[in-house]
Write a protein that binds this ligand. Structure first.
Ligand SMILES: [Zn+2]
Length: 201
């Protein structure tokens, strides 16, 4: 049994101030927290009737199915890896997609069985680029309905960028120079293709 949005909202309001703001967590103690100064939580907004539909809930409207593998750096018969459209702050950000339109819950068993080994291959390929401290493997699925798994690598020896806030540091650190970004992606594609599939770069 899980609380409804209304139940959580009412419980949160009881803990909030008169403006509906919840107390701040102790971010001043978090070395990884990217911001400092006088900040506060946003007032909690009430529950909505329903979640906003994700893009591509109907496969006929799925941007990823329409785009296909045109931006892929690597693919095999059933999967492909694409970068973000432009450089960002972390040394490698790559996204794994199945070619066919599935979400995790409706993915056929043969694809699910391939997913684990593929996650390990991609992580190993990214780590082998060097200077990588950790590869965060994330499934955030609120934007697009087409299954996608993030691989967000952080640089070794930059202790502020450890942990889940690496995703925020990706927006704060200056974007990689374009040529370095392309070279890194090409290197990653070659390393992935060394254990199967095809590099597109
Ligand atoms: Zn799709």
């Amino acid at each position: 049994m899980v609380e409804s949005a209304e139940e959580i909202y009412q419980r949160a309001l009881r803990a909030a101030d008169t403006q509906g703001r919840l107390p701040m967590p102790p971010v001043g103690e978090w070395d990884t927290f990217p911001f400092e100064g006088d900040i506060r939580t946003r007032p909690l907004t009430p529950p909505t009737e329903a979640d906003r539909p994700r893009t591509g809930e109907d496969p006929a409207d799925c941007w990823r199915c329409q785009q296909g593998t045109s931006d892929a750096i690597w693919s095999d018969e059933r999967w492909f890896v694409s970068p973000l459209p432009k450089p960002s702050g972390l040394p490698v950000v790559a996204i794994l997609y199945p070619r066919a339109h599935h979400d995790l819950g409706d993915m056929p068993r043969h694809l699910v069985a391939e997913l684990g080994p593929l996650i390990q291959r991609i992580e190993r390929a990214i780590v082998s680029l060097g200077e990588i401290g950790r590869v965060h493997v994330c499934r955030w699925g609120d934007g697009s309905a087409h299954f996608h798994m993030w691989f967000m690598a952080r640089t070794a020896r930059l202790p502020q960028t450890v942990g889940s806030l690496a995703a925020i540091w990706d927006d704060i650190l200056p974007p990689l120079p374009e040529n370095l970004w392309r070279e890194t992606l090409a290197d990653l594609a070659r390393r992935l293709a060394a254990t199967g599939g095809t590099s597109h770069l």
